[in-house]
Design a protein around this ligand. Structure first.
Ligand SMILES: [Zn+2]
Length: 374
């Protein structure tokens, strides 16, 4: 090996730059979480070089960027955010590390859903203020610009940007768990990359179209995997799968609420709810405590399954989630059918009937949809 090359490599190590120096023409793009990095790479291809803020196994709730990451920000051409909690605490400092760096917020223009029962309050734990006081005070403090509070005044709008941030805080940030929303995000990524690198516009457009076709295929596959289920509810410790649930007419039942373990009363209610729904799948992110989930699993005869919404292999991860859910709930459908021979397949799933999506021509006579065998 050339000693010159070695020296070059060594200098890279010593300067600690997160970026490769050999392709200076590449756009350097930072993303908050791994799935977003995956999307940027899908659209950017070889014209972009990406870094991710929240590394595998770390929590987007409490993440603190490392000094090395902050240094790398200074050279970044774009930051892509998505609304995860650490951004709230860090966005000003991220921007300060590179004041000219544009920030793409992937929530823009998307139909956001409300977080179940305020469940992301936990993830504001690192903030200095006490949540209990926010709702009383934000009415008065609104407009003073120091804090980002919860609020419903977003529509009033003398400070549109900040109000949008306030509004967003009430909303579920896990927008990437729906492939349908990722299709829109990919368009936003394409447009932003094209604006920053017009010479690559054709490549970005091509990549986005290919990625879009993959997302459509993923969506159709998930839809048919889940369409036949009578039981459409699942338990999840941290409610990160709300957009996924909405897209496939499933019901997400969060165990954690306001970041807290359920007390004895709510635990009993959860178990009753899960039993009534015939739910068997209980999803827990590996980094969360499993004990409550295990306790519920024992009570309902279900199983705790590890699942993270933060995996980099986006499509495989969603497929896996759907497969576990379909298997668990198909088993409970079978058990129900055995218990009551005169079941009506879909009326059991509470008020969310009609699980066949727009593509499924499932007429009233019925059994044309995909079946749910394991
Ligand atoms: Zn979360």
């Amino acid at each position: 090996m050339h000693s010159l090359a070695l020296l070059f490599l060594l200098s890279l190590v010593l300067t600690g730059s997160a970026w490769c120096a050999d392709e200076p023409s590449q756009l350097k793009v930072f993303a908050s979480v791994l799935p977003i990095q995956t999307f940027v790479e899908a659209v950017g291809g070889e014209r972009v070089e990406t870094e991710v803020m929240v590394l595998p196994g770390q929590s987007p709730a409490t993440y603190d960027p490392s000094p090395k990451q902050v240094a790398a920000l200074a050279e970044a051409d774009l930051y892509v955010r998505v609304g995860v909690p650490f951004e709230t605490a860090w966005m000003k400092r991220i921007q300060a590390a590179n004041p000219k760096m544009p920030i793409l917020d992937l929530r823009d223009g998307l139909p956001l859903r409300m977080q179940e029962a305020h469940t992301h309050d936990d993830e504001h734990g690192q903030h200095e203020h006490e949540h209990e006081h926010e709702h009383e005070q934000h009415e008065y403090e609104h407009g003073h610009g120091q804090r980002e509070q919860h609020g419903q005044q977003a529509a009033r709008g003398e400070e549109p940007a900040q109000d949008a941030a306030l509004m967003a805080k009430e909303m579920d940030p896990h927008i990437w768990t729906s492939p349908l929303l990722v299709r829109k995000m990919a368009v936003a990524i394409r447009d932003t990359l094209s604006a920053l690198d017009p010479a690559g516009a054709a490549v970005y457009a091509q990549n986005q179209q290919r990625f879009d076709a993959e997302l459509v295929a993923l969506h159709q596959s998930l839809q048919s995997r889940l369409a036949g289920l009578g039981n459409r509810a699942f338990l999840v410790y941290h409610p990160a799968w709300g957009y996924f649930a909405d897209s496939y007419e499933l019901q997400q039942i969060p165990i954690e609420r306001a970041g807290k373990e359920p007390g004895p009363r709510r635990l009993a209610a959860l178990i009753a709810q899960a039993k009534a729904a015939g739910t068997r799948a209980i999803f827990v992110q590996p980094e969360f405590d499993q004990r409550t989930a295990q306790q519920i699993a024992r009570s309902i005869g279900g199983r705790v399954e590890a699942a993270t919404p933060l995996a980099a292999d986006y499509a495989d991860n969603l497929q896996r989630f759907a497969a576990i859910l379909a298997d668990a709930n198909a088993a409970s459908d079978t058990a129900k059918a055995a218990a009551s021979p005169a079941r009506s397949e879909r009326s059991e799933s509470s008020d969310r009937s009609g699980p066949s999506g727009p593509s499924g021509p499932s007429g009233p006579s019925g059994p044309s949809g995909p079946s749910d065998e394991p």
